[in-house]
Design a protein around this ligand. Structure first.
Ligand SMILES: [Zn+2]
Ligand SMILES: [Zn+2]
Length: 409
């Protein structure tokens, strides 16, 4: 495979862009990623967000699914990029431009886990999606810190030292942000993906109060590549936040000629101020970022300017955002980090419900149309308005349903 070998060499040498060629996944014109790399695709879904992470070991995470009208295209692209079910689907927040294509995506390739902030939102589209994932996805979870070590950030290991860490929200340790311009946006799941000295920050549609909360925490926000919040909307991406993130490249996911004026000239200016090389899906099409742990190489489907290489920003090797979010009472430096089993391994840390006092009077509940049952206290139940069946004991529930994977009843 001469062509393949040449592609690998070019990536290693960080030379300019290759034109699309036969080995490229069909619809994008972008080259296939080399094995052993971390690849992030910022998919072109018009006005909305969708990003696919493919780890060096082939673990896959889809962050958001774009608007409903992008569903068919997203599904087709995922079929090209993903073999087997997605290991994790993250819905950053319950807005239509992020959730609209998820049903088509999950139907196309399947998914093992679904995570969303658990922030209550009354829209029918969101309710429908929760019902759908409740039936179609093995495990539905919120990014709650593990009760046994509540100060530790929730981290999902993706193999080869690649880690995806949830920085926000942190319910129930910290309440959801309230009384913001958009509380749904402000409580977007914010994640940091780290590989060697490189990092990606995914901000959903987070708002200035989200940025303030993150700035107050002893968390390393530095990222080589920033997925710009809220499609480049003018309120988010404050100067103080960008100065801490210090992105070398920024990706704005937005639609051609969108009604919102995204991205705003203000945000483009602030990104210039921190000297971030900016990509926009409305102009560049799909953007592909490949990290070897030291350098990230970005290419875009329509980018005439060629590849853009940016090197990692972190000083020490290895992920840095894995430690406690606040000093623990025992305050120690260099304490070893609790490792998360990989998705696909037998267990991920799920928001474990407070352990029920041994079987005394605890009831179990199943939602209409679902094959599983939950503990009555499970937060998944609070998020559905579906009709429910209550079982007086676990034995009764087991006769008709199987235990849910989120609360392990
Ligand atoms: Zn949005
Ligand atoms: Zn939103």
């Amino acid at each position: 495979m001469k062509v393949f070998a040449r592609l690998l060499a070019l990536l290693v040498l960080l030379l300019a862009a290759l034109p699309g060629h036969a080995a490229a996944p069909a619809s994008s014109g972008l080259p296939s990623p080399a094995p052993g790399r971390l690849t992030v695709y910022f998919l072109d879904v018009g006005q909305g967000d969708a990003a696919l992470i493919v780890s060096p070991t082939g673990k896959t995470v889809l962050i958001d699914g774009g608007p409903p009208e992008a569903g068919t295209r997203l599904a087709a692209r995922l079929r090209e990029l993903v073999k087997g079910p997605l290991d994790l689907v993250i819905l950053t927040h319950p807005h239509l431009d992020h959730l609209g294509g998820l049903r088509a995506a999950v139907k196309a390739v399947g998914a093992r886990r679904f995570m969303d902030p658990g922030f209550d939102h009354p829209s029918e589209a969101y309710r429908d999606l929760l019902d759908f994932v409740g039936n179609e996805v093995g495990q539905v979870m919120s990014p709650e810190p593990n009760p046994s070590s509540p100060q530790t950030l929730l981290t999902v290991g993706l193999g080869e030292g690649v880690a995806l860490t949830v920085l926000w929200p942190r319910v129930p340790q910290e309440p959801f942000l309230a009384n913001t311009r958009s509380d749904a946006n402000a409580n977007s799941i914010v994640t940091k993906l780290t590989y060697g000295k490189t990092a990606f920050l995914f901000t959903g549609d987070s708002e200035p109060p989200t940025e303030e909360v993150l700035l107050q925490k002893p968390v390393d926000l530095a990222a080589t590549v920033l997925k710009v919040a809220h499609h480049g909307g003018k309120h988010s991406s404050t100067a103080a936040f960008l100065e801490r993130v210090k992105p070398q490249a920024a990706v704005i996911s937005c639609g051609v000629g969108n009604d919102y004026g995204h991205p705003s000239p203000e945000v483009l200016g602030r990104l210039r101020d921190v000297r971030a090389r900016t990509f926009r899906t409305d102009q560049d099409g799909e953007v592909m970022a490949v990290s070897d742990g030291a350098t990230v190489t970005l290419r875009s489907a329509r980018g005439g300017a060629g590849a853009s290489s940016v090197s990692g920003t972190q000083q020490s090797g290895g992920p840095v955002a894995l430690g406690p979010i606040e000093p623990t009472p025992h305050g120690r430096a260099g304490r070893s980090v609790e490792k998360e089993p990989e998705p696909g391994a037998s267990r991920t840390r799920t928001p474990v419900e407070p352990t029920a006092p041994a079987a005394t009077g605890e009831r179990f509940v199943s939602l209409k149309g679902s094959k599983v049952f939950h503990r009555e206290s499970c937060s998944t139940l609070k998020r559905s308005k579906n009709e429910r069946t209550v079982y007086p004991s676990r034995a009764d529930a087991l006769r008709e349903r199987r235990p849910a994977e989120d609360c392990h009843p």
